[in-house]
Structures are given as structure tokens and as C-alpha cells.
Design a protein around this ligand. Structure first.
Ligand SMILES: Cc1ncc(COP(=O)(O)O)c(C=O)c1O
Length: 368
């Protein structure tokens, strides 16, 4: 008997952060006036290779021609970075598009076990295929230990893992995830934030894909390079699985600019390594600073996180505080759309120190 859980989401915008344009309209200001800490993207300006490649794309044939449907160069670049066969890589229109296809496989395998609170898009993807799912609550208290053991063994056919977890920011150890590959018909591991986590790559399941045909790892360039507008992610899985997805999808799911940008970003290995070091140093520095600052405020409590975002919990509902922050042009992530969380919780995406200071100063003012 399949058990179906409704993980309720009222609207697309409340289910996701990063609605700067809509919020600016609502608040009567320009989007640039808002500090958007509701989406968790690196706060750095676009890298030089990215800017160079996008401006070149305006003058070569990228705009005029249909994109390369085989994504040959992009797949080569990604596979080289991860040390896997190019046939095991499928670029997607953001990780979100790939969740849709992996959910189709998941729906055929049986019940999907979803740790909650968790990223809402997995439910959206499963609903596309009438997939059955069951929510498994994660304990809502955790330590700063990183990595830490994955605490659940859901009774399900398919396991969806987010590493590091969104919204808690916990980094799961590869040692605790590896045995789960024997246990489930399909394991989906979303590593969208992993390259931002200091020393996070050591916990990646990418090296396991080659020996585990029931594993799919999904990655995103959105967070690492702050390119949410390009829509660029990729899956690493068996050739047979990815070829099947390729037959299901639109003929040109990725636009030419995204393909060109992804190829430029993933091809230059030393630039990519330097970028990741810079990002991870920022996460380590600002994560500690923000946690310490927020710990000093009364009425809210920050939770430990290995990622570039952290959760806070209020002694009382934080709905009004979030709106007051928005009136001060600071957007925070409403957590009411995360099952198991609710109005006592907010998620904050780390910024540059100046932005983090602005967030703390606004809190200090409002929580006096
Ligand atoms: C855990 C997680 N995975 C994936 C995504 C989506 O990534 P993309 O922009 O590549 O679709 C998000 C976006 O918020 C996310 O939080």
C-alpha cells in the first residue's frame, strides 16, 4: 500500500527564496535596493571567464544558431572535472529540470523517502509523475560537527539526499551515506551546495556512481557561480539512465548562452579551483562571524551550518520580524513552506561582510 504525504506549498514564490523583483514591486522600491538573503548564492560579481564568454557569445553564432543538442563540449568539461566518463554526464536546465527526470525514474521504483524539512522541488518533481512519497523527519537539533552521520534509514524504495542539507546546512559524511547505496533501489543525491562547503567535496558521492547504477548525483552551477538566471546544472549517473532522460526531454533544454558559460566555467581547471577556494574561505569566515553575531541577539537563536546559509529560530513567531526586515530592504527566507518548520524559523543566505553587517544591524534594531 503506497502512502502519500501532502507536503503543502501555497505558491511558487513562497516555496522558494530569491523573488527580488516581485518583492521590490510589493515594497515599492527598485530590485537593486534590496539585499536578498532569501536565496543562497555567492555574493561575488561574475568571474572574468564568465563575463568574457558571455560577451563573446553575443558576437559569435551562439544567439543565432540552435544549441548543440549533444552538449558535447560541456559534458567533456564536466566529466574531466569530476574524473568520470562523459557518457555519465547530462547537463540540465538547472538542477530543477533534472529533478523532474529523476523523479520519473523514482516514481517507477516505488515510494520515495524524503527527509523533512527539505527542498520543496523534489515534491514538485514527484507530483509530475504521480510519484508516491513519504516524509521522514530529521531531528531538529544538531551540532556544528562537519561532516556528521546521516541520521535516517527511511523505509522506502527511493532515498532523496541533499548534501549539504537544505535548509539545515548539515554536511552528511560519505561514510554514513555509502551503506545506503545497498539499501535502496534508487538513491538521488543533490549536491547543489557541496562545492561551496569548506572541504565538502570529500563527502561527495560522485566517485560512487561508477560502481552503483542505482545512484544519481545532481549538481548545480546556480549557487557556486551566482548564475540562477542562466539555469545550469548536471546529473551524473549511468549512461543508460541518462540516455533515457535525453529522449524524454525537450530538444533544446539548455540555451546556447548557458552551454557556452558552463563550458567556459568548467574547462579552466585552475580558475575553477581558485574560485572554489575563494568561495569556501568566504563561507568559513562569514558563517562563523554571522553565527557569533546572531548568538548575541535576544529572541532568536542561530543554528550551526556547514553551508552558505543558516537557520534561525525565534522564541516567538518570526513572520512579523521578517516583514519588518523586508521593510528595511533585507529579504530573508520564510520557512513556512518547509514541512516541519514554520513561522518560528527563517533562513539567511550569507553575504559579503558589509551585507552581513547590514542584516545584523537591522535585527539588532528590531529585536531591542
Ligand atoms: C538543495 C537545492 N538543490 C537544487 C536547487 C536548484 O538548483 P537550480 O537553480 O540549478 O535548479 C536548489 C535551489 O534553491 C536547492 O536549494
Amino acid at each position: 500500500m503506497l502512502f502519500r504525504v501532502a507536503i503543502g506549498l501555497s505558491s511558487a514564490s513562497s516555496a522558494h527564496g530569491g523573488n527580488r523583483i516581485q518583492e521590490a514591486q510589493r515594497l515599492g522600491c527598485r530590485p537593486e535596493q534590496l539585499l536578498d538573503a532569501s536565496a543562497s548564492l555567492v555574493p561575488f560579481p561574475p568571474s572574468r571567464p564568465l563575463r568574457r564568454c558571455l560577451s563573446r557569445a553575443l558576437t559569435d553564432c551562439t544567439l543565432r544558431d540552435y544549441p548543440d543538442r549533444s552538449h558535447h563540449q560541456l559534458r567533456e568539461a564536466i566529466s574531466h572535472w569530476h574524473g568520470v566518463d562523459p557518457a555519465m554526464v547530462l547537463p540540465g536546465n538547472g538542477a530543477a529540470e533534472l529533478f523532474t527526470w529523476v523523479a520519473r525514474d523514482a516514481a517507477l521504483q516505488g515510494v520515495s523517502g524524503l527527509p523533512v524539512p527539505g527542498f520543496a522541488d523534489y515534491c514538485r518533481a514527484l507530483r509530475c509523475w504521480q510519484g508516491s512519497l513519504q516524509a521522514f523527519p530529521l531531528p531538529l537539533s544538531w551540532t556544528a560537527e562537519a561532516p556528521q552521520p546521516f541520521p535516517l534509514r527511511p523505509a522506502a524504495d527511493v532515498l532523496w539526499i541533499t548534501n549539504p542539507h537544505n535548509p539545515t546546512g548539515q554536511l552528511w559524511s560519505r561514510a554514513s551515506l555509502e551503506p545506503l547505496l545497498q539499501r535502496y533501489r534508487l538513491v538521488v543525491c543533490d549536491e547543489a551546495f557541496l562545492p561551496l562547503v569548506p572541504d565538502g567535496e570529500r563527502q561527495s558521492l560522485v566517485p560512487m556512481v561508477v560502481n552503483h547504477p542505482n545512484l544519481v548525483v545532481i549538481r548545480s552551477l546556480t549557487k557556486l557561480f551566482a548564475v540562477a538566471g542562466l539555469r545550469l546544472g548536471y546529473a551524473i549517473g549511468t549512461q543508460e539512465r541518462l540516455q533515457r532522460w535525453q529522449q524524454w526531454r525537450d530538444p533544446w533544454p539548455l540555451n546556447g548562452f548557458a552551454i557556452a558559460a558552463g563550458t567556459a566555467l568548467m574547462t579552466d581547471r585552475s580558475a575553477l579551483e581558485r574560485w572554489m577556494v575563494r568561495v569556501q574561505e568566504w563561507v568559513a569566515r562569514e558563517g562563523l562571524w554571522m553565527h557569533a553575531q546572531l548568538s548575541d541577539l535576544s529572541g532568536i537563536r542561530p543554528y550551526p551550518s556547514a553551508a552558505n546559509f543558516l537557520l534561525i529560530r525565534g522564541d516567538a513567531s518570526l513572520v512579523r520580524l521578517r516583514e519588518q526586515m523586508a521593510q528595511r530592504r533585507v529579504l530573508l527566507r520564510d520557512c513556512r513552506s518547509f514541512a516541519e518548520l514554520g513561522e518560528h524559523w527563517l533562513r539567511i543566505g550569507l553575504q559579503h561582510r558589509s551585507g552581513n553587517r547590514r542584516i545584523v544591524a537591522a535585527f539588532r534594531d528590531l529585536l531591542r
